[in-house]
Design a protein. Sequence first.
Length: 525
Amino acid sequence: MARVYLYDTTLRDGTQRRGLSLSLEDKLQIAQLLDDYGMDFIEGGWPASNPKDTAFFERTRGQFQTAQVAAFGSTRRKGILVDEDASLRSILELEVPVATLFGKASVFQVEQILETDVTENLRMVEESVRFLVEHGVTVIFDAEHYFDGYRAAPDYALAVLSAAEAGGASWLVLCDTNGGGLPIDIRNGVEAAKTVSRLPLGIHAHNDAGLAVANSLEAVAAGATMVQGTINGYGERCGNANLCTVWPNLVWKMGFEAGRVERLKDLTRLSRTVSEIANLAADDGAPYVGENAFAHKGGVHAGAVRKHPEAYEHIDPAQVGQTRRILVSELSGRSNLLYHFDSLLNAEQIQALVEQVKQLEADGYQFEDADSSMRLMVERSLHHVPAYYGVDRFHVSVTHDSTSICEATVRILVGGARFVEVGEGAGPVHALDEAMRKALTQVYPQVRDLHLTDYKVRVLNGRDATGAAVRVWIRSEYHNRVIQTVGVSRNILVASWQALVDAIDFLLWSEEAPSRHQEAVESQA
């Protein structure tokens, strides 16, 4: 099986994304993950640019089992001797095994941006590569703007590659730096490079035309054996080639060996862990690893997947650490409900629930990400959810003078007992939550460990201004379990109350569900 080398530049090129900043500890944590997943090269940063990157190389020296850590830098500046260039000397001082040097492969870039002549640029490339190689460093040469340069002046772009090879480079990486190349441009550029060099080729693609993954795969198909990219496609402007998409495509679609193939089953974890460290929201629509990658909403799709998953899934979700999600919504048919509840419901009940869901969603409810509310609705229709408590009334007040004080009072009935409690919080929903807990934990102590972890409000019809109905979505966590609920009302506190009550009811019901199931089995026996 042919091998493709994975070169990760999340820690350098990825951090050029707007809004992404990594501490030294963040970079070390991500690097350890990348090594664990079998990346061949980890680009740690540009040591001449800041002390943090220098510290990264010092902390990672000799630490990784699979990956080689590469320092990034440029060819020498124009008009100076190579051994006087501060950037090149900083690479040597780090004693890194690998360095990635970039140099211009475009006449326009050489003359208009570097403001030097094409002959001097060729000397800069060859001398810089040779300088590091002679000091025992393996050099990967990134031919910056190669594809633009090749289209405009092909002979010069190829001459730059030859200069890097003459200097002793081990790899030639062809860069679509502006991200505007089409797959045919990539193929032509790779095939041309093969005519002037026997060195292994790599591809470094940006995503400005939305083609970074496609262009990376096309380069491999044309003969490249290294792909440079980032986790989740992080990078400047529109980002870089997304290794979370490139890698499984190389293995599952193209039959190459790449990375530690056995770790692909945890690919979704890698993607989400890196996004968490980077403090960026995960992309729900990302191929393979996104929350929606194996989510089915249309009734026809759900029915087909229930019979044969391959009808609407290009791979088994488990291959990348994913799970199938069948969404229940106004677009659902019987199949969506059957997928979740076929052991509970008969045909008549299914049809009644389908109609109920459609009516509720017309009123503003949405159950796609409120599976706990959906489950409660089904169980309540079957009379499986007892009345754990009754709500006599609740009251919320907000007082504002020098500070804001939010207080909530709830009066709850449990059996023949009445509980009246007051909660104070940063906002009215927080106060309600606090009062509800105080009242219920006296009878149901497990409620104490139910924590609200996310709260979202959506205005359903902006034309009604402040009188509009709102949908409140709440995510709660109980130990290692997630509970997601929804409420709708023209009163934001009532909508919030509905979602809070559903979360508590779901917790109490789910805690009792296993014992009730066992009782049912024993009674049938």
